[in-house]
Design a binder for this molecule. Structure first.
Ligand code: IMP
Ligand code: MG
Length: 179
């Protein structure tokens, strides 16, 4: 088993690149079927989804477009602390089918916020495509139509996902090694 050390933590191989790519292709094929002739706009959430978005889009065979948004945190004025908001949406999404491309859905709060914000721009429809979902941690009801893989509640890195900004360059997905 392959282990890597990132800063103070050790991670071990969890999902090899070959398996990830198979799952990404399956999800892409579903999108090919569901969005044929509809020219969907993929809206990838930086930074974590950049590698997934690149692979996903290259498995798409239908006309489609891509754009990137980022999440910015700012201090709330109330006791709620950090509040996240979506920035960088410079496309007119009115009347278009939008597919949010995310690296991982954990509590689902980020996705919920994005759905609310995007909804105000009157898209034809909004869909969620996530590389990974931790069903055990979901706190809000979400319809995740396109999930490449479901995983337990462990912390993972690689294939775009980071631990304290590092590890995004790992080709495989690694999980925190508890021992
Ligand atoms: P949520 O709002 O709790 O769903 O948080 C989702 C965000 O938290 C993701 O977009 C990731 O940036 C980050 N995140 C959640 N779990 C992990 C993990 O296991 N590894 C790396 N980042 C994670
Ligand atoms: Mg993310």
């Amino acid at each position: 088993m392959d282990k890597v050390k990132i800063k103070d933590k050790t991670f071990k191989t969890f999902i090899p690149e070959s398996e990830i790519l198979k799952r990404v292709e399956v999800v892409a094929n579903k999108i090919n079927t569901d969005f044929a002739g509809r020219n969907p706009l993929l809206l990838a959430v930086l930074n974590g989804s950049f590698i997934f978005a690149a692979d996903l889009m290259r498995y798409l065979t239908i006309p489609c477009e891509i754009s990137f948004v980022k999440l910015a945190s700012y201090e709330g004025t109330s006791s709620t602390g950090k509040i996240k908001t979506m920035i960088g949406l410079n496309n007119d999404i009115a009347g278009r089918p939008v597919i949010i491309v995310e690296d991982i859905v954990d509590t689902g709060n980020t996705m919920k916020m994005m759905l609310n914000q995007l909804g105000t721009h009157n898209p034809e429809s909004i869909h969620i495509c996530s590389l990974l979902v931790k069903p055990g941690k979901l706190q809000v009801p979400l319809n995740i139509e396109y999930a490449a893989m479901e995983i337990p509640n462990d912390f993972i890195v690689g294939y775009g996902l980071d631990y304290d900004q590092q590890g995004r360059n790992l080709r495989d997905i690694y999980v925190l090694d508890e021992e």
